[in-house]
Each structure stands twice: as C-alpha cells, then as structure tokens.
Design a binder for this molecule. Structure first.
Ligand code: ZN
Length: 141
C-alpha cells in the first residue's frame, strides 16, 4: 500500500483532446454526437494547432487540428491516426503540481507552465512516463 499526501491533487478531467484531420467535419460529427455546438475555435500558434471546444457537463471536448505539417498534431495523426490525443486534468496550482509530479518521477514536456487555449496555463507530461497516455495539466489564468 502506497501512502501519498494529497496536499495537491488533480481536481477533475478538464477536457479530452481529440486529433482530427478535418475540423469542419469533426465539428459537425461532435455537434451531432453531443447535440451541442462548439463554443469557440482558437488557434494556439506555438503548438501549430486550431482548437475547437465543446462543453459536455463539467468537462470539455477539445478538437485539435494541425495548422502545418510539422505540427505535433500532424505528426500524431501520421503515426497513430485520428483519435484521442490527450487527457487534461484541472489543477489549482500548476507550479506545485509540476513539482509534485517531477518528484514522483514523471517526465515533463514543459517544466514551466505556458499559455494554452481557452484561457488556461498548461504543461504536458511525457507519455513515456505516464503509460503511453499524453497528460496535460491545466490551470485557470
Ligand atoms: Zn488540451
């Protein structure tokens, strides 16, 4: 039995990121699936991506569309096809969460939180250290 201290924790799944080839088609598909329209489209230039967000109860679906061939999303689709790209967890204090996870042996892609879509500060964990799942931390700005 492993005892951890829960001073810092993940609050909830904030969103699930889904890599798509065609944003218009994917928005139409998810609009039908969720019976809701996306509430925003936003480009994150540093990641080479256009995002489209849907609300789904307390969580969100984030569609991710590559803006150029070198985008991490384009590379992901090339390797693994369209589908679930990452799971994002909401945290209160992203700096201390980064420190906590580093202490637990997780490898960070971003050791310093950066600006993400939808007014969040974000950091990604390397999927190598998290069982093949790309994990995003996100905190309100
Ligand atoms: Zn995300």
């Amino acid at each position: 039995m492993l005892f951890l201290t829960f001073a810092e924790k993940m609050n909830k799944i904030e969103h699930i990121g889904i890599a798509v080839k065609n944003l218009d088609e994917a928005e139409a598909l998810y609009s039908k699936l969720l019976n809701a329209k996306p509430y925003k489209r936003e480009e994150v230039e540093s990641e080479g991506v256009i995002t489209s967000f849907f609300n789904c109860g307390p969580n969100k679906i984030e569609l991710l569309h590559a803006t150029h061939a070198d985008s991490p999303i384009a590379k992901f689709i090339e390797k693994r096809g369209e589908g679930i790209h990452h799971i994002a967890f909401a945290v209160d204090d992203i700096e201390s969460e980064i420190e906590r996870l580093k202490g637990e042996g997780f490898q960070l892609i971003h050791e310093v939180a950066k600006a993400g879509a939808d007014n969040k500060r974000i950091a990604f964990l390397h999927p190598k250290s998290s069982g093949g799942v790309l994990i995003e931390l996100c905190a309100d700005v």
